[in-house]
Write a protein that binds this ligand. Structure first.
Ligand code: AMP
Ligand code: ZN
Length: 106
């Protein structure tokens, strides 16, 4: 947890511009965007991977999806991809759960 980059962003130890923040999550731009819009929806609680979810965490994960919906409306996105990479074998690089929200609308 101490070395977790997303915990440091959440706690503002690493400066980052939040597009959205509430008691449960923050949303910021991916540093290496793979789409025209590429946001990361990140819970404030340090949950390393979906595999590590504990009782009650489903509320947090559901909240992330609900925030994606709100952000899609705010940004007027006609559609988008939500992606969660799970574990090293699932392509996860940052071990603090996050939802990728990606959209191309050229
Ligand atoms: P994943 O492979 O699902 O763990 O994705 C991690 C994502 O975090 C990648 O798309 C990275 O570009 C992104 N990322 C890593 N460090 C930062 C950072 N400091 N600020 C914003 N995005 C980051
Ligand atoms: Zn963390």
């Amino acid at each position: 947890m101490g070395d977790c980059v997303f915990c440091k962003i959440v706690s503002k130890e690493i400066p980052s511009e939040f597009l959205y923040e509430d008691q449960i999550c923050v949303i910021f731009n991916d540093i290496n965007p793979k789409a025209e819009t590429h946001l990361l929806i990140v819970p404030k609680k340090h949950i390393p991977t979906i595999i590590d979810m504990e009782e009650g965490d489903e509320k947090i994960i559901g909240h992330l999806v609900s925030c994606a919906k709100k952000m899609g409306e705010k940004l007027n996105l006609p559609g988008y991809t939500l992606q969660i990479n799970v574990g090293e074998k699932g392509g996860q690089e940052v071990f603090h759960v996050h939802v990728h929200m990606m959209a191309n609308f050229a």
